[in-house]
Structure formats: C-alpha cells, structure tokens
Design a protein around this ligand. Sequence first.
Ligand code: FES
Ligand SMILES: [Fe+2]
Length: 430
Amino acid sequence: MAGIVSNAYEYDPSRIEHACASYRGNGPLARDFYASADIFNADIDRIWRRYWLYAGHSCLIPEAGNWMTWAIGHDSVIVSRGQDNEIRAFHNTCRHRGARVCREEHGSGRSFTCPYHAWTYELDGRLRTPTEREFGVHQSKLGLHPVPLKNVGGLLFVALGDDPVSFEKTMTEVAPKMAHQGLENAKLAKTLRYNVKANWKLIFENNRECYHCNTAHPEYVKGTYDTARFVPNLEQEVEVQTAAAVARFNALGLGIDGVMASSDMTGAFWRAARTPLMEGWKTQSLDGKPVAPLMGTFRDKNKWSDGTLRTTIFPNFWQHASDDHAVSTRITPIDATNSQVDVYWFVHRDAVEGKDYQLDKLMPFWQRTSEQDWEICTANQAGVLSPRYEPGPYSKIRETNVQHFIDWYLGALAGPRGHLRSVGNKGASA
Ligand code: FES
Ligand SMILES: [Fe+2]
C-alpha cells in the first residue's frame, strides 16, 4: 500500500495498525517499533505533534528580547520573551516563502528578521514589514503562526499540532509542586548535549525502571530508595523512612500525595512526586552534601532533607529537583535509531560559580548517571536491531512502569483512530 502524507510525515497507516495489533503484551515492543522509518514518522505525527513537549526553562530566555529555537522533525519552534516579558512560541517558518526565520539556537534582539527577503516580525509574532500594497495582503494577516505554550512553574511546554491532548490535569498537579522549587528564579549552570544511538522509546523505557540501577548506577543508588524497596529485609526500613518523610514533607506544606520512593506515574502521561533521600543525604550529589544555595521555598538545610521532586512528562521530559539544584532532561527524536538528549543543571539565579557552587561538585551525580544510561540505551538499541531479537518478559514487580509506558505509547499511537489497548493507570486520563 502506498504511503500517505500526513502533516509532512509519510507512513503507511495499515502498517502501524498491524504493528500495534501484533503486540503480544507483557514486555517490550517488536523490533519494528525501534527500527522502522514508518513507525518513527507515525510517532512524530501521532505522538510528538499531539502531546506537550518540554522545550526548555523560562530562565533560558531571562531578558526581554531573548529567544531560543528547538527543532523536532520538520517542525521548528521559536520561544521568545517579548518586551512585555510574556513568553510566547511560534512556528519558525516565514509567512512569505516559508524560510526558517531564526537559524541559531539562541539569540536576542528587538525583532526577528527573516534572512531570505528581510521580512521583520515583532517579538510577539506580528509582521512589521508593510505588505498590503506590494503583496495584496495586509501584514496583520501574516504574523508568525503561534504555538500553544504552557509555563508550568518555569518549565515551558509546547504543542506542535492542531489537536493537542488536554494538559489541564497535568498542570493542575505539577504546577503547585513545582512552585516550591523556585525554577522561575533559576539560572542555567551548565548544559550537556548527547547524541544517543537509540530510539527515543528505549531511552524513556530505561528511565521508567531502576531494575538496572544496582548494576549501572553505583553513585545513584547510594542516596535513594529506588532499589532498596525491592530488597526483602530492607522493605520495612524503606516503609518507616518513607512514612517519616511524608510527615516531614506534609509539615513543610510540600503537597505530598503519598507516592513515594517509586517511579509510579501519578497521571496517564505524567507524574510529579516528592521522593525521600536516604538518611544523611541532603541533595542528589556524589556524597549527599549540598552543592548550591537553597532555591524556592526551602529554608532550613540542617534540619532535614526536603527530598527530590521527580517530574516526568511523556514523551520527552524528566527532571529531578532537589532543594539546591534541579537537573532536567529533554529528548529530541532524530530518526528511528537516533535521539538527541540535552541535560540541564539549574541553580538559584543569584548563585555565583566558583563562590556559591562548583561545577565539579554540582554535575557528576547526574552527569555520570545520565552517561551510564546512554551507554545502556545504545547497547539496547544495538541488540534490538539483531534479526534474532525477541522481546522477553517484563518483571511484574520492577518493570511495571515500563509496561505502563508501553501501554500509554500504543494507546497514543492508535490515538483518535481507536484505542488498541487501554491505558491502565490510576484512573487518570489524558
Ligand atoms: S521567505 Fe522570509 S522574507 Fe522571504
Ligand atoms: Fe538509569
């Protein structure tokens, strides 16, 4: 069957339906989902252009006139801060003949000028160049196409397509929790970019379990209960510590709903859960010692740990925010077997490098953990490409959240065309 062109992403829908319907349950997807260009295009069209994507933090464009761009497939988005301080997003395609208007990833100015024929747009997207006499269309009709944007406590999410899923429940849950972290008053301390030879789903699947943590992440497991909770003689200690942490977090008014020490999603495609750190650990650093000045509403470092707010939003974002810094991960799909991953370290905006924080103390915990993950994902992709690959079973205890991701993914891929699998999850829905 010939392919169709849908939103510029060509794929054969019958192949997608067939692949989804062939899923045998309880385990990873078949090879095609991690290798075929058809399914990759359907992923972009049906998921990446329908769900809300993390574009970056508001502090990446701190001043009026700052802008940044982000390319996902054939889409490119400009996110800018206007003279009125409002953050807006636009499709980065000129209303004249379609050229990319902003070609760098970051910039600053009083307007955007398309390099092709110099049409000039205001920071709020309106076309300034007079067009009525020469082109027969008034410039008021030729503004940059807006992209819906949500600012969730400093996290910027955009929706590329015409029919995005509702983000209301997500924001209602995430925003009040995020408000404590002070990310509206943060600055970027450092960012690292990785080109990972893995399908975006393998990267997210790996993120959704800590079964691999004992073997892959010697630093990470020291300070968290992710793996201890599955060790029979530690189970009770984890429960006691968790209950104590819940009481502390409640006393601090941190908006806790009881989802602790786990990676469980709190919604269909999102979660925001404050998780305790082990006794003696104040933050997610190599030795658990603070690495930067307190952020947000946090005040008393010596008394107790404020834990870590873990936020996950499918398909491209997760963040661990401790009380003195936050580390965010943004996935950008490149093709069926490649992804770009950006990792960002944020600290209080008044913190001074070398005085209030040192990069060699701030970064290693998540730099090492991230790089260990990319290595795993690359090896996973390589093995899945083997013609002899056969999906194995998931653990019913330690990989339930990976199964949830797969179920969400298949349901989202089927989309409005009919649910092939229901997304079983906490009664929350998209
Ligand atoms: S394409 Fe942008 S000004 Fe012509
Ligand atoms: Fe990992």
